[in-house]
Design a protein around this ligand. Structure first.
Ligand code: TRP
Length: 438
């Protein structure tokens, strides 16, 4: 449940539906499902295997399973994974801070009072996001919530929070789906999402499908290594990985059904990212009359829960990593990660206001980290993970993990191994090369 919480995040709700529609609906969906179940799930299994076999956090996990000569290389790789987690967390905090702010503004009635003038609503978002320190305080509030869960420990914090929050998330998304699908004209949104248009499925769309598949499953950066290290010895890794993969995909599809039918029914154009959730959707809710205010609160709560469980997994991973050698206590590690990531998150939040003049490679700080976090680091980490799993880790260890030391059978083992050794590295190389080539 915690791993599903990690995977289900902002990416499912504001990114998946949009790119699915943009690149040909059903046509994109076929490619996406293939990537998710053939490649993403293999990465998921790789990380769970590495985590449970070593019972360590990324740096020491890779180092302990690698041959002695290669250890320095894999320690370096573990560090890269952790840096990636840290950057993703800092960027995630910005968007989570905005989400927290919008929960507040939907509860307070500020969003509902703006009517249906798209210009007014867009201005409100511009004001809010460029409003200096005010979005930062919302972000700090969000980080404190995450910190409290982490301080509770793995079982009483992370596990408990996931057991409560994930059912809430599913309930919220189902309520929103029912409302959205029963609006007049909602079928146009369903068509936008699912009716296949192969002419829109460009090579760019195929790359986007692979990128989204990896991002959405939170694989390739060590988070699932940490969660794998907490798995009981008799859990079946194959089944667990498939469940996580299937739940993540299902929730992405439900998110599409919760969002786009309503957008089309109310006569708006589809959009993705912050524009969708912070500008288009408030407008959609306001066209629904009095009940819209309630759906607005429910929607932003949904977004908050999705962001919370993902941020929890990132903070957990980082905390576990820096406390792995036993020198720091858990609360000390969590406090360090909290302070550093919140500080960096504040810098990125302020890059929309006080720090908007600061540029790196011609981009604002936020756009810069967005580029690093989407194009460069995650595919690189994912490539390292499958190479380690397919070529470096002793095969006996992998087999033992998949078969729970020979007590269960796995018919697909040969296929998984083939995917991990050949197909996944090649696919990731293509992503990395085209990403760097711009
Ligand atoms: N899967 C998350 C989402 O869909 C985003 C994400 C990517 C993530 N990598 C992660 C979350 C690592 C937690 C940990 O929004």
């Amino acid at each position: 449940m915690a791993a599903v919480g990690s995977a289900v995040g902002l990416g499912n709700i504001w990114r998946f539906p949009y790119i699915c529609g943009k690149y040909g609906g059903g046509a994109f969906l076929i490619v996406y499902l293939l990537f998710v179940f053939l490649l993403g799930s293999v990465l998921m299994m790789s990380e769970l295997v590495i985590g449970r076999r070593s019972r360590r956090t990324p740096i020491s996990a890779y180092a302990s399973l690698a041959p002695r000569r290669q250890r320095p290389l894999w320690i370096g790789f573990g560090v890269l994974c952790i840096i990636t987690c840290f950057f993703i967390l800092s960027q995630y905090l910005v968007l989570s801070g905005w989400t927290t702010g919008y929960v507040w503004h939907s509860v307070s009635g500020a969003l509902a009072s703006m009517g249906t003038d798209a210009g007014v609503i867009a201005d409100f978002f511009r004001h809010f996001s460029t409003g200096g320190w005010s979005p930062v305080w919302f972000m700090v509030l969000f980080s404190i919530l995450v910190l409290i869960v982490i301080l509770g420990g793995v079982q009483k914090g992370v596990e408990m929070a996931s057991k409560v929050l994930m059912p809430v998330l599913v309930l919220l998304i189902l309520v929103l789906c029912v409302r959205s699908l029963t609006l007049p004209g909602s079928i146009r949104g369903v068509e936008y999402l699912f009716s296949p248009d192969f002419s829109k499925l460009t090579s760019e769309g195929i790359l986007a499908a692979l990128g989204q598949a990896l991002f959405s499953l939170s694989v390739g950066m060590g988070v699932m290594v940490v969660y794998g290290s907490y798995l009981p010895a008799d859990d079946r890794i194959f089944t667990t990985a498939m469940w996580i993969t299937a739940c993540d995909t299902l929730i992405a599809l439900l998110a599409g059904l919760a969002v786009f039918p309503a957008v089309f029914s109310c006569g708006f154009d589809p959009a993705g990212g912050p524009g969708l959730v912070f500008c288009v959707l408030p407008n959609v809710f306001n066209t629904m009359g009095a009940a819209g205010a309630i759906f607005s609160v429910l929607f932003f709560l949904l977004l908050l829960v999705a962001a919370l469980t993902s941020a929890i997994s990132l903070l957990e991973c980082l905390t576990a990593c820096i406390t792995d050698n036993g020198r720091l206590r858990r609360w000390q590690g969590a406090a360090i990660v909290f302070v550093l990531s919140t500080a960096l998150g504040a810098v990125f939040t302020l890059s929309f206001s006080h720090l908007s003049g600061v540029k790196l490679a011609g981009l604002s700080l936020f756009d810069f980290i967005d580029r690093i976090n989407s194009i460069y680091l995650p595919p690189l980490c994912a490539l390292g993970t499958v190479l380690f799993f397919g070529w470096v880790m002793p095969e006996a260890d992998i087999r033992a993990e998949f078969t729970n030391n020979g007590t269960v059978r796995l018919r697909l083992y040969g296929f998984i191994r083939f995917m991990a050794r050949y197909v996944a590295p090649l696919a990731l190389l293509v992503v990395i090369i085209t990403g760097i080539g711009g």
